[in-house]
Design a protein around this ligand. Structure first.
Ligand SMILES: [Zn+2]
Length: 48
C-alpha cells in the first residue's frame, strides 16, 4: 500500500484550490496552489 490506486498513476487528474478556486490538471498531486498557496484538492479525472 505504497501508492494511491484510485486512478491510473499516468493519468491526469483535476485539482481545485480550496482558497481561490484555481483549477489545475496534473499527473502528480500539487501540494499548494500556484496562485495563492492554499491547499489543492483532487476533483478526480476530468471529463473528456
Ligand atoms: Zn488558490
Amino acid at each position: 500500500m505504497d501508492r494511491d490506486v484510485e486512478s491510473d498513476p499516468e493519468a491526469e487528474s483535476t485539482y481545485e484550490c480550496l482558497g481561490c478556486g484555481h483549477m489545475a490538471t496534473e499527473t502528480n498531486h500539487p501540494t499548494d496552489c500556484p496562485e495563492c498557496g492554499d491547499t489543492m484538492r483532487n476533483r478526480g479525472t476530468p471529463f473528456e
